[in-house]
Write a protein that binds this ligand. Sequence first.
Ligand SMILES: *Cc1c(COP(=O)(O)O)cnc(C)c1O
Length: 388
Amino acid sequence: MTPGARPQQPPLPSPLALVRPDLLDFTGYSSSRTSYAATAREASDPEPSIWLNANESGTAHPADPEGRSRRYPEPQPVELVSALATTYGVHVDQVVAGRGSDELIDILVRTMCRPGQDGVVISSPTFGMYAVSASLHGVPVTDVPAADLGSSWAVDVDAVAAATRSAGARLVFLANPGNPTGSVVPPADLARLAEAIAYQAVLVVDEAYAEYSNGPSAVTMLADHPTLVVLRTLSKAHGLAAARVGCALADPGLTALLRAVLPPYPLAAPAVGLAVAALDPSHAPEVARATAAVLADRDRLRAALQADPRVRTTYGSETNFVLVRCTDADDLLTSLRAAGIVVRDMRHLPGLDDALRVTVGAPAEVDAVVERLKAPDEDGRAPSVRTR
Ligand SMILES: *Cc1c(COP(=O)(O)O)cnc(C)c1O
């Protein structure tokens, strides 16, 4: 090799080689925003000041006297995209914002998979929206169940890679940390999976609970793995579930296509305003403090659940919830409900026919659960012999 010459690297795989071929030159709906941005203008034209291209009302509504919601919003609000990029440590070109990660899951399925042909691979038990979006789009789902190790779960990434190839899948969804498992996939396994399927499918790592985990974010892998997509949300640790704001972080070529597939104005202006305000760095210490409090309470909640005679086993968790298996789930549910406490019944899921999932709420809410587990019911009988 001549001095200074770089060793030849094989070209990185491209996610655009995996998208629906009929969408490759799809530009989406031409909204008032996008069509104006595409018009040719004379250099001598003034900055426009009278906007009559979108049939919006010229009058503010009395409930919105400053007219903040009078006009259609930006499809991808610059301030929000830039705040998300800063928060997650990526370039703005790598961000697609949507109505929660839920919308991005749906958009990914529609962008990558031809109905009735290309499949999706999941590893159960997992988040229900992957299969819901796949079904709605007519896309087959292949499940490679995770192994129950007793107090955690393990995704078999080599089996997932093999299933992805044999099913001809175009998308793999992994929640990491997992919901409802609470477990994480080791970073080396994730990298091996991304590598193994790079010419077959896009790997989506859904990091809804990343703030509660010790592990590194898969965002750090994006540079080396262009066929990786990371999903983040403001619904969990940021405490803004009702704002419906989440994002996909991915290769710029793929994000451009995902933006075209999204509906024209997906993000409501009041939600965008709230999200931008929430992502101001001045709030980061408070969000971190609340997240740390959840971690401490998670241990306390798990210990109290584990000590209850109606609980057979509890799983470790890198999330804001605890998954438990019960000897008598009905009795536990009834007793909690009688104290006004609602937890998630997971027994409809295959392999979880004795399981409940309990969110680590506010400290006082965790107190209420712990007290209820300790206290015998009002009728004085011990919980384990209580009749329904
Ligand atoms: C809660 C949850 C989401 C939901 O995200 P939104 O941004 O509220 O749509 C996504 N993925 C997983 C695994 C979740 O548990």
